[in-house]
Design a protein around this ligand. Structure first.
Ligand code: CAA
Length: 285
């Protein structure tokens, strides 16, 4: 299937960057948010990012202008959905919200449109049955920051067709991304399971008083070549997201080893979510 128009639902940290990446790659893209203020803030942020690319000499001025021309920020779901070939839902991680968005999208988009969710915690089978097209529903999971990180996990549910997977993988490649295909749904998918294993070990080392947060991060970076230490990464992703991912995994498996680490729960309850609140494992100005 030939994808030309992409609709991103939700203009938060992920949605705005996914939309920008799609527009830079040549897709006509709409980013929709329920809140006009949120959409305007996302638009201003992406304008700054684009100007920064040009200033750094990473993007030609004409290409930036074309990308901007292809990108719209809106609150009008019906208008944005009417001609979409692919929808990437990046709204809040709540099942009731996602199910109603998928039911609405099913009614508003053309029958050909693929409906993907960027969710890292909710497998697409939990929203596919809110639509009449489960074969066109899958996870298309980007990583933070989505403009930079190359991997995109494409997770099929039991109904997802091969054509859907191939089309979404082709879009990811056109965006300069590397698709990671999952043959079945599993909590955490692949990358977050790998990240979780490193994070759990880092938390265990810190809790046992073996080394400081800073020194564990230094080991990850300067011994293993990771771009960020596990504590820095938790602050980037958000300790709220980290907590909620583990709660969601526990709710799906009932396995106590999937519960959030007590140190994560404490940060979550203290409202210390990382960069977004100015304090997490580190303090930010
Ligand atoms: N948005 C857009 N672009 C950004 C950015 C952001 N938030 N942060 C950095 N960049 C860009 C910079 O503009 C720069 O681009 P150029 O080289 O073209 O100028 C490039 O990224 C490198 O940035 P910096 O030199 O400032 O810093 P860095 O080399 O430390 O890279 C990083 C920053 C890319 C975030 C890097 O530290 C990194 O890869 N960290 C690991 C991130 C990671 O693991 N993400 C996965 C999170 S898990 C997840 O998202 C899944 C989930 O379900 C929760």
């Amino acid at each position: 299937m030939d994808v030309q128009r992409i609709l991103v639902v939700g203009s938060g940290a992920m949605g705005r960057q996914i939309g920008m990446a799609a527009a830079v790659a040549g897709f006509t893209t709409a980013v929709r948010d329920v809140s006009a203020d949120a959409a305007a803030a996302a638009e201003a942020d992406m304008r700054r990012w684009l100007d920064g690319r040009v200033a750094k000499g990473r993007l030609a001025e004409a290409d930036a202008a074309d990308a901007w021309e292809r990108l719209t920020f809106t609150t009008d779901l019906a208008a944005a959905a009417a001609e979409a070939d692919l929808v990437i839902e990046a709204a809040t991680e709540r099942l009731d919200v996602k199910r109603s968005i998928f039911a609405e999208l099913d009614a508003l988009t053309p029958a050909r449109a693929i409906l993907a969710t960027n969710s890292s915690t909710l497998a697409s089978s939990t929203v596919a049955d809110a639509t009449g097209r489960p074969e066109k529903v899958c996870n298309m999971h980007f990583f933070n920051p989505a403009l930079v990180m190359k991997a995109v996990e494409i997770v099929r549910n039991p109904h997802t067709s091969d054509e859907t997977v191939e089309t979404v993988a082709a879009v990811a490649r056109a965006m300069g991304k590397s698709p990671v295909l999952l043959a079945k749904e599993i909590p955490g998918f692949v990358a977050n399971r790998l990240m979780g294993a490193v994070r759990d070990e880092a938390l265990a080392l810190y809790a046992a008083g073996v080394a400081s947060v800073e020194d564990i991060d230094t080991a990850a970076k300067d011994a293993l070549g990771y771009p960020m230490g596990p504590f820095e990464l938790m602050d980037l992703v958000g300790l709220d997201v980290t907590y909620l991912i583990r709660r969601a995994a526990y709710e799906q498996t009932g396995d106590e080893k999937d519960l959030p680490h007590p140190l994560i729960t404490a940060k979550y309850e203290a409202g210390e979510f990382g960069r977004k609140t100015g304090k997490g494992w580190y303090t930010y100005e």
